[in-house]
Ligand binder design. Structure first.
Ligand code: GUN
Ligand code: ZN
Length: 435
């Protein structure tokens, strides 16, 4: 056995999924005394210690984490790495926030050294929060995407990222053109898509900052590369929705603009989706495009309340995103917390199992990566985290009183943050341990 095929067995409680707990009885699998066996970079087996203990060979390294919980690494389906340092910037809603803070901050990413510095810090934040995969917006600068991918590749993280496309309605210093945006994106796909664990996402920022010519060019690239991801924003804010109606007259809806340019399909991920109508939701469901719900951002910017009930009825794929810097935390546990409250405000109950599903296996399935990440299924990449129910005195007291796995998990979702993440593993290697 070569060094990199080392077998390691982690003994702890385990949570994994075989289906969406909202629609599949027994979708969530909780093992009180579980074993996760990793060989090299992949999962060999996961299940009860009783059933798998016999696979502990004499040269297996056994890691005991009594009382802790192993879950698949979190997947953040919407985040802006260049906005890391401008998190918590106050503004009266989305459009003034973009003009006052976001665009001036993103200007700095013309400097590759700055981009690399922030990319490293951003990835430190992600892994300390237990996030092992994210869909990441870079800036308009091609080098900002190189910086993120280089930093991710060095840590062997599975990241999906793209250079922002933006050729109007933003400061001159942040503009590309339909042609340069096409050429830069094509070159980045060539360089990074499927290189190791890196994946590319075509990233038109949102309809208002792209000319029809740029969206047309983006659609052409999407057709050339059917397995490349697409990410953008849609129907986040009422002023934005009105603006799109003025800029793109003759479309049935904001979402229809993206559909018109060939940007609605599987592996297309749209941030927010607050002001969609039923027809839009049906098109998302029919095309397999994914809604990324970003509750901390929607509350912080006062954008509105995502409708879980209508999303569920329509069958459109849904996942969770932090949307930092519009979002206020890199933690997917904090994102669950706020998602739960947003759901409550619209008369919907999100169980803890469902929230963990949305942040792991559900996201992987929505992204078409269910064979690769998001579960602890045999053969999948060994991205997982170890959560600590005694991370804080309050969490320790609450989890000690939990009457069921659901209540126990719910405490993590309401009270947890980066402090609850004891360790993070990517492709079988530890990439973070809490100080
Ligand atoms: N819409 C267009 N750009 C952005 C952005 O950077 N953040 C959020 N939340 N919405 C956007
Ligand atoms: Zn965003």
């Amino acid at each position: 056995m070569s060094q990199n095929e080392q077998r390691t067995a982690y003994r702890a409680k385990l949570l994994t999924f075989v289906g969406d707990p909202a629609t599949t009885a027994g979708g969530a699998c909780f093992e009180e005394d579980g074993l996760l066996i990793v060989e090299g970079a992949r999962v060999l087996a996961a299940g009860s210690y009783a059933s798998l203990g016999s696979q502990i060979t004499p040269d297996t390294v056994v890691v005991e984490r009594p009382g802790k919980l192993i879950v698949p690494g979190f997947i953040d389906t919407h985040v802006h790495y260049p906005q890391t340092e401008m998190i918590a910037s106050p503004a009266a809603g989305l459009l003034p926030w973009l003009d006052t803070y976001t665009f001036p901050t993103e200007r700095g990413f013309a400097d590759p050294a700055h981009a690399s510095n922030v990319a490293e810090f951003f990835l430190d934040q992600l892994v300390s929060c237990g996030t092992t995969t994210a869909l990441v917006y870079c800036t308009v600068h091609k080098g900002s995407a190189d910086a993120l991918f280089q930093a991710s590749e060095a840590r062997n993280l599975r990241m999906i990222a793209g250079k922002v496309l933006m050729d109007r309605n933003c400061p001159e210093f942040l503009r590309d053109t339909a042609q340069s945006g096409y050429d830069d994106s094509a070159a980045l796909i060539e360089r990074w898509h499927k290189r190791g664990r890196q994946l590319y996402a075509l990233t038109p920022r949102f309809a208002p900052t792209s000319t029809p010519a740029q969206l047309e060019a983006c659609g052409a690239l999407a057709r050339l590369h059917p397995d490349v991801f697409i990410q953008s924003h849609v129907s986040e804010n009422t002023d934005e929705v009105k603006w799109v109606a003025e800029l793109f007259p003759g479309h049935r809806s904001y979402l229809d603009v993206y559909e018109h340019y060939g940007l609605l399909r599987r592996r297309a991920v749209y941030g927010h989706c607050i002001y969609l109508d039923d027809r839009d939701r049906a098109r998302m469901a029919e095309t397999g495009a994914v809604a990324s719900h970003c509750p901390t951002s929607n509350l912080f910017l006062g954008s509105g309340l995502f409708d879980f009930e209508k999303a569920g009825v329509s069958g459109m794929p849904v996942a969770l995103g932090t949307d930092v810097g519009g979002g206020t935390s890199f933690s997917m546990l904090q994102t669950m917390n706020e998602a739960h409250k947003v759901a409550r405000m619209t008369g919907h109950h999100l169980t803890a199992s469902r929230m963990f599903w949305l942040a792991t296996a559900g996201a992987a399935q929505a992204l078409g990566l269910e064979e690769t990440i998001g579960t602890l299924r045999a053969g999948s990449e060994a991205d997982f985290i170890v959560l600590d129910p005694e991370a804080t005195p309050l969490l320790a007291r609450r989890t000690a009183l939990a009457q069921s796995p659901e209540e126990w998990l719910f405490a993590f979702a309401m009270l947890g943050d980066d402090r609850a993440v004891l360790e993070t593993y990517a492709a079988g290697e530890r990439v973070h341990r809490r100080a």
